[in-house]
Ligand binder design. Structure first.
Ligand SMILES: *Cc1c(COP(=O)(O)O)cnc(C)c1O
Length: 411
């Protein structure tokens, strides 16, 4: 049974209620009344399990969080207003001025500018590496390193990391390992491969229909006995380990980031995201199969396609061994220059031109003139953004229809 089949059962069962309203209830309330001062006190000290205030948690969002935690085998999850909200939550809950991040692969443009520009203003230094720079990664770790950050699939460079090997480097050196798994939910389970926190933009394939912005961070359980987090490097976690035990990473993020920065999810977006979960395995199964069919056909037709299912791709072996359920919805086409790329995008009748990915529809976008327009040449080169590069996110259409349309558009 592949991952998708397992989740087909799990998600429809988890989202629907067996009694009363089948569809999850949407609790559109910012605040919650406590009834008595005694209950209010209990809600604030945690002894009464009732909602406190929607910035700190909402019943609709809580249901989404329990599904996300179950999906990744985590102890708990925090849903956020966007994927960038989830990355910011996870990072800001662990970082202080003078700390360092090691960022590997990718990188999604928003995450790159968060690390290279915004966090730099707060005295946090990020070292960027390619996915296979194992030696350099290990050598760069020092006592200030608080986070090793990895994207499960390079977007848009389509490089695949050896997640297990990078997890081992992080765990051997006692550093928290975070994986942005936005592109490969279900296909890759970061916590099972040794990550401490998995991060998602649920805006993408999880919602799947461009209807709800959202994000989520899923946390692993802290061990009762030995745990790398019980070290001087993470001394600020000690009080959460004492108070919340295995939930310490989650409790720290809730107080130090969600409460203080307020990147909270809203109930309507959480509801729409749950509807996406019902069909997520079916859509992923269809799309990961279509991506291969379309990439192979376009490659055969002479287009310059970048996807690890192609034999000449440097990570083809890793794709076949470690990404048995595919690597998401993306591939890229390099048209050689901007003019040819624009001609292609003007001629395609099927692709929707937008900055999103993982939608029900096939999407396409010229990278250098849009998402990466603010980046200098050197950075674009590091991120693999060439002048003619188009990123494609395959949708639910019939794959032959996509092939026919793209071939006519490329002529
Ligand atoms: C889109 C995306 C994000 C950011 O998510 P938003 O919901 O747009 O804030 C982060 N990481 C990856 C890999 C993404 O594709």
């Amino acid at each position: 049974m592949n991952n998708f089949e397992e989740y087909c059962t799990k998600f429809v069962q988890l989202v629907g209620n067996k009694e009363g309203a089948v569809s999850p209830a949407v609790t559109n309330s910012a605040s919650f009344a406590y009834g008595t001062p005694e209950i209010a006190q209990g809600v604030f000290d945690g002894s009464v399990k009732k909602p406190l205030y929607s910035r700190m948690g909402n019943p609709t969002t809580a249901k989404l969080e329990s599904i996300m935690a179950e999906m990744d085998g985590g102890v708990a999850a925090i849903a956020t207003s966007s994927g960038m909200g989830a990355t910011t939550l996870a990072c800001m809950s662990l970082l202080a001025s003078g700390d360092e991040i090691i960022s590997i692969g990718g990188l999604f443009g928003g995450t790159y500018s968060l690390f290279s520009e915004t966090l730099a203003r707060f005295g946090i230094k990020t070292h960027f590496f390619d996915v296979d720079d194992f030696k350099e990664i290990a050598q760069t770790i020092n006592e200030n390193t608080k986070i090793i950050f990895l994207e499960s699939v390079g977007n848009p460079n389509m490089k695949l990391p050896d997640i297990g090997r990078i997890a081992k480097i992080a765990n051997d050196s006692g550093v928290i390992f975070m994986v942005d798994n936005t592109i490969t939910p279900l296909s890759i389970s970061p916590l099972k491969l040794g990550a401490d926190i998995s991060i998602y933009s649920t805006t993408k394939i999880i919602s799947g229909n461009s209807s709800a912005l959202g994000g989520c961070a899923v946390f692993r359980a802290v061990n009762d006995g030995d745990d790398k987090l019980k070290s001087p490097r993470y001394d600020f976690l000690a009080k959460f380990i004492k108070g919340a035990g295995k939930m310490a990473l989650f409790a720290n993020a809730k107080k130090r980031a969600l409460r203080d920065f307020g990147m909270s999810a809203n109930a309507n977006a959480s509801y729409q995201t749950m509807l996406g979960f019902e069909t997520l395995p079916l859509r992923l199964s269809r799309i990961t199969s279509s991506v291969e069919i379309v990439a192979l056909a376009l490659d055969e037709a002479g287009l310059n396609i970048n996807h690890p299912c192609l034999k000449l791709h440097p990570h083809n072996e890793r794709y076949l061994n470690d990404f048995k359920n595919g690597c998401g919805t993306l591939f890229t086409i390099d048209m050689g220059n901007k003019k040819k790329a624009f001609e292609f995008l003007n001629k395609t009748k099927l692709a929707t031109l937008t900055a999103n990915i993982g939608d029900s529809r096939t999407l396409a976008l010229h990278m250098a003139s849009t998402i990466y327009r603010d980046f200098d040449e050197e950075t674009r080169k590091f991120l693999g953004i060439s002048e003619g590069l188009i990123r494609v996110s395959i949708g639910l259409e019939n794959p032959q229809d996509i092939i026919n349309d793209f071939i006519q558009a490329s002529k």
